[in-house]
Design a protein around this ligand. Structure first.
Ligand code: SF4
Length: 440
């Protein structure tokens, strides 16, 4: 908790894990400069709100959060994705002190300095070398790049965050190593487009621990696999070189887990989305991946009710998910995002049709996910403990990313086992989302 004499900042972080990493960086910089952090509006000299602007609901949530901070504190600086829509923010909340855009750390720090000069006390400037983390101590998001070179028609991220900018591999590995040394047991690799890592740098060679390494996803994954922590890959666009990751998974270097946003199963709709449209190829690649690594757990997200989606397109999507047999699936009814190219497409799908399709999709996928969980019963697996509460241990297995996937619930607690410990369990049961297990 901040000492009374130091200038103190309240911080609100909204949105996706990539935004969370931005928040962690800003907080780290604030602490490095000697600012105190306050968990309440009243205890802060000013509040920074790191916003999300991905869909209309997120915009509304961000505007609400700004209003709440203004009401609770009165002095508010806005940053993050919604920051690119400054006029909208100022129209809703004319009282904000400053508005800065996404991943613009210098601009947000400059706005803080202008309102609340940094103290000059070397003792308050001491921060742990791994920085400030907003996740529990035992897992951390590792952001490897910013921005995206794709132009999916439903998405405005490239217009907010710009084209792909990768961090050199040595810098990413140094951060990963610091995190693991500070107690992190699971690294969650995130970016807008993880597979494209290094393309912008032409896979330039960088150095880590005196060794030359290419700034390339396979190289990064292999090196992360040497650290004593789990490595889980998110937002992997299905480029051909993703195939090279499967042997690393089969060898146990990185988790046998791929989070691949596939979005649809109809080639016509995929083309309208400006996504690669090779559904058959994706199915045969999934089959090949499973041959190489039978333990592979696949997570994906889909959109139903995209403009122009016919009943036939939707049937193709259902056929696709039945064939693909994905383990974890999120599905959203299409909702227009201000500024997205897809808004200009013909034949919007009526809301009730979208909702009906969403429900039909989820019913089919729920059966698939349940069958997948049922197949785990009787297996032994290594799990990472997240929490111990009420005589139970709440853990996750290799197939469960935090926040989005299921849990492994273990009856009983052991005195010397706590969050961040790995234990071996035997899976004894399942429900719609979670597994139940007992220690081996
Ligand atoms: S890959 Fe498509 S959906 Fe993902 S950030 Fe890039 S443009 Fe947006």
């Amino acid at each position: 908790m901040a000492a009374k004499s130091e200038p103190t900042i309240g911080f609100v972080s909204l949105g996706c894990p990539k935004n969370l990493v931005d928040s962690e960086r800003i907080l780290t910089q604030l602490r490095a400069e000697g600012y105190g952090l306050s968990p309440s509006y009243q205890g802060a000299d000013l509040v920074v709100v790191n916003t999300c602007g991905f869909i209309d609901a997120a915009v509304a949530e961000s505007l609400d959060a700004i209003g709440e901070a203004l009401h609770g504190n009165g002095r508010v600086i806005v940053t993050g994705c919604l920051g690119v829509r400054e006029d909208e923010i100022r129209a809703a909340h004319p009282g904000v002190l400053a508005v800065t855009g996404p991943h613009d750390y210098e601009a947000v720090m400059a706005a803080v300095h202008a309102q609340l000069p940094a103290p000059h006390d070397p003792f308050t400037s001491l921060i742990p070398p791994q920085g400030i983390k907003l996740t529990p101590r035992h897992y951390a998001y590792l952001k490897i790049s910013e921005g995206c070179n794709h132009r999916c028609s439903f998405c405005i991220i490239p217009s907010m965050r710009g084209d792909l900018v990768s961090r050199p591999v040595g810098e990413v590995l140094a951060e990963a190593e610091r995190l693991v040394e500070s107690g992190v047991r699971e690294l969650l690799v995130v970016s807008q487009d993880t597979s494209a890592y290094g393309v912008d740098l032409k896979y330039r060679t960088d150095f880590w621990n005196g060794r030359p390494l290419a700034t390339r996803l396979t190289t990064l994954a292999r090196e992360l696999g040497q650290l004593p922590a789990w490595t889980r890959l998110h937002y992997v666009y299905p480029y051909p070189h993703v195939d090279d990751l499967l042997p690393l998974m089969a060898d146990g270097l990185i988790l046998p887990y791929l989070d691949i946003p596939l979005q649809h199963g109809s080639e016509r709709i995929l083309r309208a989305m400006k996504r690669p449209a090779a559904t058959e190829k994706v199915l045969s690649r999934i089959a090949r991946w499973r041959e190489i690594c039978p333990e592979l757990v696949l997570r994906s997200t889909f959109i139903v009710g995209f403009p122009g989606e016919t009943e036939q397109d939707f049937d193709q999507l259902l056929e696709f998910i039945q064939q693909a047999q994905l383990d974890r699936v999120g599905c959203f009814a299409y909702s227009p995002v201000a500024g997205a190219a897809a808004n200009a497409l013909a034949d919007p799908v009526p809301e009730e049709v979208k909702q009906d399709r969403l429900q039909r999709f989820m019913e089919i996928q729920a059966d698939i996910s349940r069958d997948k969980l049922a197949m785990q019963v009787g297996r032994e697996m290594l799990v990472l403990i997240d929490e111990v509460q009420d005589g139970r241990m709440i853990a996750r297995g290799p197939g469960d990313a935090p926040e989005v996937d299921g849990l492994v619930i273990i009856d009983g607690d052991w005195e010397d086992v706590g969050p961040g410990d790995f234990i071996e369990v035997l899976v004894t049961g399942y429900d719609e989302h979670d597994l139940f297990a007992e220690p081996v």
